[in-house]
Design a protein around this ligand. Structure first.
Ligand code: CA
Length: 536
């Protein structure tokens, strides 16, 4: 699909060079050089601050209004109050690396080549939006979690965590050079991001990708946030003790439950090894008395699961608190530097996450908690403050959105669509009404079977497949909002099922999904990376 952003790029403003390039592109020829707006427009091209986190559940942002009211998040909420909150931003493949690859390329995993976190390696020679923005005159930087194995390309400055990175005193890689940092990872990523902004060339627009590790497993909060909840008892989600009746083998036979899969490190029964002596003292002062009480009381059965959930919520939400603070620091900086008015601020995560729903942590599934990622966008003068959007938007759309913002030509092979008109309150009449999802990684690390499906505002049709698996499910989000009962094969849904099946076939053709997954798409079983065993 090719979407020309003619609306934001009137031909009258194009140079002869740009028109020639556009002509080549329209003829289906490869375009190596970006098309820029006329110089007069350059001054108002917005800066782009993309604040990104890892495994951040929208349920833990107070602006999303989840009924457990898990955490007060004033800085996320201010983005929502001053900008737009998206209620259904869907990811193409709900795990870390694949989401990042989709964001950079604007393409699904089967076209960008990054299917899983086990054996995929990002091909940095392919077209990405940072490269195109850089070519269009933007300064580009990425700080924090990268997680795509190969080195970043398309950035003037990159300062990243190796692999997953660690929460305390992390090693980072500064444009190829390893650097040992002291401190808490979320604070450090914010410090480095602001330091780069301070030294940038103020005459040129910029793209900053500030990418947090938090709140990824093992959910280690900043020391200042230990005890942040004053030992509050969190409400459990309605599906906490889900028995998986009404669904198939995949949902029953997985390894991502709080009951069976969380380990001693997740539960802070063993401390992280990176703590220095002073940090360890503060850590122990919080956890040890509580761990001792746990060891003495020896909870069993559901009481043990409940204890784990409470510990998980304290730790996970503590990590989110630091990300909320980071957002506040960035917004304050933009105000102080007089940049806020001409900077679009985007906050999102690489996917959603389970906070005890269905008894789970982790992500991967086509189900709402993991399919949806939080998305908050502030763009003064363009986005109406306090807007809420319910359209099916996606991380697939970000690349073309950023190109549109920068006045750069859309890359013909990208598969998403610019969100700029959506931001401006003019959602095109032909905006997508269905969305294709595809997850591949199996069997490790969480034994979630590969699946693909089509999602609409109300329904999901899903095919689970694999060596021992071949079945379909259909969900009705209005009648069954927690997705507990497949109605596939139910005659009352016959027409719906038929329509969705046809739509799924159409989407797979349009998106060029191969009939069979390429070799290695599910990831190889790597020695030492097996599914975690329950240790407590
Ligand atoms: Ca993630």
């Amino acid at each position: 699909m090719v979407f020309w952003t003619v609306r934001t790029m009137p031909f009258a403003n194009l140079s002869l060079r740009s028109l020639l390039l556009l002509t080549f592109a329209a003829c289906g020829l490869a375009v190596a050089l970006p098309v820029s707006r006329a110089p007069a427009a350059d001054a108002r091209r917005p800066n782009i601050v993309f604040i990104f986190s890892d495994d951040h559940a929208w349920q833990s942002i107070s602006a999303y209004g989840e009924k457990r009211k898990l955490l007060d998040t004033p800085n996320f909420d201010s983005l929502a109050a001053e900008g737009m909150r998206f209620n259904r931003c869907l990811v193409t493949n709900s795990i870390c690396g694949p989401s990042r690859a989709t964001i950079l390329t604007g393409k699904y995993s089967h076209l960008n080549g990054f299917f899983n976190n086990s054996n995929s390696r990002f091909d940095g020679s392919q077209t990405t939006f940072p490269k195109l923005l850089r070519g269009a005159g933007y300064q580009t930087a990425i700080v924090g979690k990268w997680h795509l194995v190969s080195e970043p390309t398309g950035f003037d400055y990159w300062h990243i965590l190796p692999g997953q990175g660690v929460y305390y005193n992390p090693t980072m890689i500064d444009n190829g050079r390893r650097v040992e940092h002291q401190g808490y990872v979320t604070d450090l990523i914010t410090d480095l991001s602001l330091a780069w902004l301070k030294q940038r060339d103020p005459a040129k627009p910029f793209l900053l990708m500030c990418q947090h590790k938090a709140p990824h497993r093992e959910w280690e909060p900043a020391l200042r946030h230990l005890g942040h909840d004053h030992d509050r008892v969190y409400a459990e989600p309605a599906t906490f003790f889900d028995d998986y009746a009404g669904r198939g083998l995949a949902e029953r036979d997985q390894q991502m439950t709080i009951e069976h899969t969380m380990n001693a490190k997740d539960l802070k029964l063993t401390p992280p090894p990176q703590l220095n002596a002073e940090q360890r003292t503060a850590w122990d002062a919080y956890y040890e008395p509580r761990n001792e009480k746990f060891r003495q009381s020896k909870p069993r059965g559901r009481d043990l699961v409940r204890w784990r959930y409470q510990r998980y919520m304290h730790d996970y939400l503590g990590c989110v608190k630091a990300v909320n603070e980071s957002v506040g620091r960035v917004l304050k900086f933009l105000d102080a530097e007089g940049l806020a008015d001409n900077t679009i601020v985007i906050y999102c995560s690489d996917q959603g996450f389970y906070l005890g729903e269905h008894g789970w942590f982790d992500k991967r599934w086509i189900f709402e908690e993991s399919l949806r990622t939080p998305l908050l966008v502030r763009w003064p003068g363009k986005i109406k403050p306090g807007s809420v959007n319910h359209e099916l938007v996606s991380n697939l759309d970000f690349a073309q959105t950023f190109l549109d913002l920068a006045g750069a030509a859309p890359a013909p092979e990208m598969q998403g669509r610019s969100l700029v008109p959506v931001f401006e309150g003019h959602t095109p009449a032909d905006w997508r009404k269905s969305f294709y999802y595809h997850y591949y990684e199996y069997p490790t690390p969480h034994h979630v079977r590969p699946h693909y499906g089509v999602v609409t505002d109300r329904h999901k049709l899903v095919h689970f497949y694999g060596p021992d698996t071949d079945y379909w499910e259909l969900f009705d989000l209005i009648d069954d909002p927690h997705e507990l009962r497949s109605v596939f094969g139910d005659p009352r849904y016959g027409d719906t099922q038929k329509t969705l099946a046809a739509e799924l076939t159409r989407l797979r053709q349009e998106l060029k999904v191969p009939e069979h997954d390429p070799p290695g798409a599910s990831g190889q079983r790597v020695e030492g990376r097996g599914a975690e065993k329950t240790t407590q």
